[in-house]
Ligand binder design. Sequence first.
Ligand SMILES: Nc1ncnc2c1ncn2[C@@H]1O[C@H](COP(=O)(O)OP(=O)(O)OP(=O)(O)O)[C@@H](O)[C@H]1O
Ligand SMILES: O=C(O)C1=C[C@@H](O)[C@@H](O)[C@H](O)C1
Ligand SMILES: [Mg+2]
Length: 171
Amino acid sequence: MSKANKDNIILIGMPGCGKSTVGVVLAKHMGYRFIDSDLLIQEREHRLLSEIIEQEGLDRFDQIEEEVNASIEAEHAVIATGGSVVYGPKAMEHLRNIGTVVYLKLSYEEIADRLGDLTARGVSVREGQTLRDLYDERIPLYEKYAHVVIDAEHQWLRDTVKVIRQRLEQL
Ligand SMILES: Nc1ncnc2c1ncn2[C@@H]1O[C@H](COP(=O)(O)OP(=O)(O)OP(=O)(O)O)[C@@H](O)[C@H]1O
Ligand SMILES: O=C(O)C1=C[C@@H](O)[C@@H](O)[C@H](O)C1
Ligand SMILES: [Mg+2]
């Protein structure tokens, strides 16, 4: 159960799991604002995520992502985060305080199908690390920080939105 002091809905999960695509539709259906924290990072930095990672390196990118997410002030919003937000404990503590954290869970196979070139997409992946390694490293973090886990495997976008709303109503 969420002990949040605000009514935001925060989406977390692997890159390509649908946080941004599902998030904007969920916000529209609920009459909420939509915030994509990847876009907040790009606005603050005046650069693309892939450029920040290339120019600053992954450690600095992770710091920037943590700072931006830890300073989001919002109410009545659906917040789509970046897949690597769970590397920032301060950001996750803040997000859990301002809303209900919803993990969109997909299998490794479906994530691999959906994602193209990880580098071009700007995914926070270290040299030599495979998508499988990344998946195995992150799943325990998503599970640790989630208030709610949604199985999004083989679901139409509209059905994922419906299931999220049902689960939130039950809280
Ligand atoms: N049922 C579905 N629900 C959501 N997205 C789907 C579905 N089927 C296919 N897709 C595709 O999967 C991709 C989801 O990408 P999206 O950018 O929303 O992911 P994300 O979780 O925001 O990733 P990132 O962490 O990189 O920001 C899109 O290309 C979308 O068209
Ligand atoms: O999962 C990831 O490593 C990332 C996902 C994107 O949303 C961005 O936050 C960034 O490109 C890193
Ligand atoms: Mg996104």
